[in-house]
Ligand binder design. Structure first.
Ligand SMILES: Cc1ncc(COP(=O)(O)O)c(C=O)c1O
Length: 355
């Protein structure tokens, strides 16, 4: 950064920010962001209806009451335990603001979603790392021991985990909840591609927080909308911390329409992705690549020394994958989104040519 240090907080001086792909050409095939291959079908009627009614001069409903009702139906859960947020990432900001005092500990289990660390550090927490095992599973004994010793205010569990696609059983999650004096945040952004959830544990544990986002299952990453599920007491605090009108009218109205009209589509898309995930895993393995078995809509591929070169060659073929090869615990790895049959075929074809 070019800023003069004297203006900055100690946190800002030390912050390692999230890394983006910059200058991405509009027509490139995106295998790097774990999004769905197409927007939801209700987009067309949403756009048509805007021509008739679009009260963009007003604020809308800051309590998101209708949307909360629809989420309640989708999750088979309770309205008072939902907080609507401007994206999954803002949900992380809200939880870390609500829970952390300066210098409080939080536990992350690398390699995992980097925003857990970034958002917690922005809100003055101190990271403790309990890395995943060689097979990218949770190191339960070490985790429980660290929780006992350090009494962290938050333990982050990504289920399925980004970028490995590996999962943690409900049995393990319950053990972690029982042994934690702080909050356990389970990120279920990729749940639809796995099929299992910890939602039922919310009735039993008031320290459980579940994070969700419309970005992945709803094909709405550009709309920026997500939600949290937690005890009604915690949810009241999350609601007090979030911006009063933080989600744009377009986004929450579109999310309402998605849950009113397109839940069957959500199901069929995730089923399609799961079928394609098996096929892509098989095809990449046949090409001699080492693929980590995944329960999400992406694959972690261990390429080795040639990872950067493969990434560049795919880019020359108008295909963008996520290069993780210089990250700790991910040396030589690329992460590849599972898209639809046609797009995956383009990836396979390019890989065949290159390899
Ligand atoms: C594990 C995980 N959690 C949360 C998010 C944030 O999603 P969004 O901010 O798009 O809602 C992502 C995005 O990639 C993710 O991979």
């Amino acid at each position: 950064m070019n800023y003069t240090d004297k203006y900055l907080s100690e946190m800002a001086k030390k912050l390692t920010p999230y890394e983006w792909e910059s200058n991405v050409p509009e027509d490139i095939l995106r295998f790097d962001t774990n999004t769905l291959p197409v927007p939801p079908p209700c987009l067309e009627s949403f756009i048509n209806d805007l021509k008739i009614k679009c009260p963009i001069n007003e604020y809308g409903d800051p309590s998101y009451t209708k949307l909360k009702g629809l989420i309640t139906g989708y999750e088979c859960f309770e309205k008072e335990m939902i907080t609507v947020t401007n994206s999954g990432d803002e949900a992380l900001d809200i939880v870390t603001k609500a829970v952390l005092n300066p210098r409080d500990f939080f536990i992350i289990q690398p390699p995992t979603y980097e925003m857990f660390r970034i958002q917690s550090e922005i809100n003055r927490g101190v990271a403790i790392q309990v890395p995943l095992t060689q097979t990218f599973a949770i190191d339960l004994n070490r985790l429980l021991k660290t929780i006992k010793e350090k009494q962290p205010k938050i333990v982050f569990i990504c289920n399925p985990n980004n970028p490995t696609g590996t999962v943690t059983s409900t049995e393990y999650i319950e053990k972690i909840l029982k042994n934690s004096t702080g909050v356990v945040l389970v990120d279920e952004v990729y749940r639809e591609f796995y099929g299992k959830t910890s939602v039922l544990l919310l009735k039993k544990y008031d320290n459980l927080v579940i994070l969700r986002s419309f970005s992945k299952f709803g094909g709405m990453a550009g709309a920026r909308i997500g939600y949290l599920m937690a005890s009604s007491k915690l949810s009241q605090v999350f609601d007090a911390i979030r911006l009063p009108m933080g989600v744009s009218w377009f986004s929450y109205k579109f999310a309402e329409l998605l849950l009113e009209k397109n839940t069957a589509w959500i199901k069929s898309q995730s089923q399609m992705i799961m079928r394609e995930r098996s096929r892509l895993t098989k095809e990449l393995t046949e090409l001699g690549l080492n693929v980590v078995p995944s329960q999400a809509n992406f694959l972690l591929v261990k390429v080795g020394d040639k990872a950067k070169e493969l990434y560049e060659k795919l880019k020359d073929n108008n295909i963008l994958v996520r290069d993780r090869s210089n990250k700790p615990y991910l040396e030589g790895c690329l992460r590849v989104t599972v898209r639809n049959r046609e797009q995956n075929n383009q990836l396979i074809k390019s890989l065949r040519n290159i390899i």
